[in-house]
Design a protein around this ligand. Structure first.
Ligand SMILES: [Zn+2]
Length: 602
């Protein structure tokens, strides 16, 4: 009833302001000072849904705050079935807003865009080949937590949502661990609709400079060729030149190489915890828009709107070519036998790009008396700066034929399923020779990061082991797909569908399930010994095993601390004996490298 009343009031406002019945947004009513609340935003889209047969709003799964995640679909032929849309060779573009509700520009810009695409014939034509799906506000929780203070450096709007969701999670770090219901619902949408392109709208922090609009595409090498070639060679340059033609000055997202832009800027490496990095695992070309926090809200919304419109224009211009690249990417498959797990910035390689900045200067701080940075906005300087956007391969792994995931790790299995990983179960207990990993070393953050004591710099040792798997354990076929093994020399078209599984199941990958703590239980030893009893056992072992004795002597000679540590030496013997548990630090997901026939359920 309250909602109906609200809609009535809203419609009344609309008819009051626009006698011809054109819906108007709260942003426009406020003359660019105000961002729509969650209720206003959803009420507005309900109006669009009721006015236009080509717009439908769906409720798509829960969020942590208890409200459904909405999806607004703009489809010119009124087809709202993703499968049928894909069959018609239309492209699906996902626009995500309010992942950080304190950065609301995309929320209002998308409301304007959806309406204008319906109302303006020249814009409506853009929907000929494409279907747009809009998440009006992703972090509904944060959006309802409205305030005027949490974005202290931001130039408007008057009030806005908060970055954390109801669990105080940053949803733009949640795409792999999926702690929030929001992330699960997002991934259901993503897997159902399978967008080929994505825009994720934000507002920047950081340095001061002339540009209102900055943005970055997903790191190009995360995409397979020829999609990667298309992004770098055609789409990005064309997008930039079309923005330039309209006088919308723009530059890559400004992440300073060293404290100020004069030192150069660094291309953002979006690992899969981020929206665009997650999308790249599924060959979806993502762009992240970052308007500049110090520019007035209305200018930022305008820049976001124009970016999205230009984006749609460019994809329409190149539509056939883009679709060919996508098709070719799938049909070509993946050559080579290695998957890149992580990359590191190459600080010796850069491009030089023009940059319109302000002079960075220093003066005594009124707070501390020490020197402080400020940007002198009266002195614009156009200068060439270094753009560091080359990342070298850090870690890689060979594609296996299978991963085998014991059913005990059901939280991981659940997420793999959510993300479309095809799995089959063993139909009987089976002993399999596998490559298994021991976690050799890793570091852990000192304070919780997004609800996790996350690991990083993880290293593994590989061994070959014969392992007992149980009926019902899960088998993921990586090479070639189930039942169509074509040999090692053939390109593997299905490998593209396996990227999510590989990026999450390989412990050394930065956003692996291991690093996100899903396997922490393996890191704890379960059985111990009493020193006074094991002393005699250890002495016997050393007496009967000369090489063990020599190894201990060598270790003691190398390490003076160990030389003076009685318990340490006893422990050394324990760890090198048959009594030490083999499952300590043993990663439970097995890897089978060569093809073998396994008894799998249909
Ligand atoms: Zn953001």
């Amino acid at each position: 009833m309250r909602a109906a009343c609200f809609i009535f009031c809203f419609l009344f406002t609309i008819s009051y302001l626009f006698p011809q019945g054109m819906p108007i947004t709260p942003f426009e009513i406020s003359k660019g000072k105000y961002t729509a609340t969650y209720d206003e935003c959803i009420a507005y889209y309900k109006v669009l849904d009721s006015m236009y047969d080509e717009i439908k709003m769906f409720e798509c799964g829960p969020t942590d705050i208890g409200k459904p995640l909405n999806l607004v679909v703009l489809s010119s032929d009124k087809d709202f079935d993703p499968q049928s849309i894909r069959k018609k060779n239309k492209e699906i573009i996902l626009i995500n807003n309010g992942i950080h509700p304190g950065e609301p520009d995309g929320i209002d810009a998308s409301m304007l865009l959806a309406r204008d695409l319906m109302q303006k014939p020249e814009l409506h034509n853009l929907l000929g080949n494409i279907v747009i799906i809009i998440i009006p506000i992703y972090n509904i929780d944060g959006s309802l937590n409205r305030n005027s203070t949490s974005r202290v450096n931001q130039n408007g709007p008057e009030s806005y949502g908060f970055r954390g969701n109801a669990e105080n999670l940053d949803l733009n770090r949640d795409f792999i661990k999926c702690d929030s219901k929001n992330a699960r619902s997002f991934e259901e949408i993503f897997q159902k609709w399978k967008p080929g392109l994505l825009i994720d709208n934000h507002v920047s922090d950081g340095a001061d400079y002339k540009y209102t609009l900055t943005y970055f595409p997903t790191y190009y090498n995360n995409l397979q060729r020829p999609l990667n070639n298309y992004l770098v060679g055609l789409f990005s340059p064309k997008l930039k030149s079309k923005l330039d033609e309209q006088g919308i000055i723009n530059c890559p997202y400004v992440e300073e190489y060293k404290s100020i832009p004069d030192s150069g800027i660094v291309g953002f490496y979006d690992s899969p915890r981020y929206c665009t990095g997650y999308a790249a695992l599924f060959s979806c070309v993502g762009f992240c828009v970052e308007t500049h926090m110090l520019k007035p809200f209305n200018e930022r919304v305008d820049a976001t709107y124009k970016f999205m419109l230009t984006f749609l224009n460019v994809i329409n211009l190149d539509f056939t070519f883009f679709e060919e690249c996508k098709k070719e990417t799938r049909e070509m498959g993946v050559y080579g036998d290695e998957f890149i797990l992580s990359r590191k910035l190459d600080t010796t390689r850069f491009d030089v790009i023009p940059f319109i900045g302000y002079h960075a200067k220093y003066k005594p701080s009124e707070v501390s008396g020490k020197q402080r940075l400020y940007y002198d906005e009266s002195e614009t300087q156009t200068m060439p700066i270094r753009y560091y956007n080359y990342y070298n391969v850090d870690k890689r792994t060979k594609y296996p034929t299978y991963y085998i995931v014991p059913q005990a790790w059901y939280k991981v299995i659940d997420l793999l399923k959510l993300n479309g990983t095809e799995m089959k179960r063993l139909k009987k207990d089976t002993t399999i020779e596998i490559v298994s990993y021991y976690i050799k070393d890793y570091e852990t953050v000192k304070k919780p990061y997004e609800g996790h004591y996350m690991h990083y710099n993880t290293n593994i040792n590989q061994t070959i082991q014969t392992t007992q798997y149980r009926k019902g354990d899960y088998v993921i076929r990586i090479k070639d797909g189930y039942g169509k093994f074509t040999g090692d020399s053939a390109p593997r078209t299905n490998l593209i569908d396996s990227y999510y599984a590989i990026a999450t199941l390989e412990p050394e990958a930065p956003d692996s399930y291991f690093n996100w703590n899903f396997f922490d239980a393996i890191l704890m030893q379960k059985e111990w010994y009493s020193d006074y009893v094991f002393e005699d056992v250890a002495a016997e072992l050393l007496k009967n095993d000369k090489s063990l004795r020599d190894s201990l002597n060598a270790a003691v000679a190398r390490d003076p601390k160990l030389a003076n540590d009685a318990h340490g030496q006893l422990d050394w013997v324990y760890h090198h004996s048959k009594y030490y548990e083999k499952t300590h630090n043993l990663y439970p997901v097995g890897k089978v490298m060569e093809y073998i026939s396994l008894p799998l359920e249909d």
